[in-house]
Unconditional design. Sequence first.
Length: 266
Amino acid sequence: MYDQTYAVSVKPPVSPVAPGLERPKQPTMSQAPFARGLHWLHLPDANTVAQQAAAIVAEQLAQKPSASIVFPTGNTPLGMYAQLRQRNDINWEKSRLFQLDEYVRPEFDGPLPYQTFADFMQNELWRFVGGQKFYMAQYFECPAAYEALITQNQGPDLVILGIGKNGHIAFNEPGSQPDSPSRIVALAPLTRMSNFADPTQPGLPTQAITLGLKAILGARHILMLATGAGKQDIVATAFHPQTPPDINCPASWLKQHPNVTLLTDF
Ligand code: GLP
């Protein structure tokens, strides 16, 4: 494991420090040469991660009601979406809400054997809140146009991410360069195994459209959520303060960003 003195508190909130204990120090250059913009908050459990993530979204919209926010799918953000659905103190009316990625629908007759990410976003959050919603499915032919939509809306202000077990962010799989554009990608075998109960079932996607690393790294603020023991190793690899970013672990490029908040329950 890496040096725990690297842990720093996110602002806000700043948790009170018990008498006799010192607040963790901001890492010095020698401690963290490759992760200077990272605020890593080690939280006690997944529920606290969800609450804190929802508080960051609320704070973003309080500061800028017309913020452009990019939302992820997956199991990890479900708690955050539950928290956001419960909060009645957020004004979403001027917000611009974007998808992070979407499966490319395969040629297949019959009902889809998977949930599209548009349906996921709709069910988890978007049908409960106001604001302008931008879906990716009509951009398979021209992913750059979706990316342009975000920049035309002065975004992204906030990109929220999970992390794949192979270090992918959105669907930027290992091998992705930090300047990679939004594009159609082939899903890595490990990603299909993680996302589908039976990846050999007919009708499941083999490709996806993803926001590229360049657009993600162009966000003013990046919020990554990682919970559960299964994510501990890949997070430690991605954010190791002494090793440079590496194309084999796309999440490690976040170490080059000036404003990343990482919320974990480990
Ligand atoms: C998918 C998504 C990612 C997500 C990842 C992890 O592949 N494209 O955006 O971060 O899964 O999902 P989970 O949170 O279920 O582990």
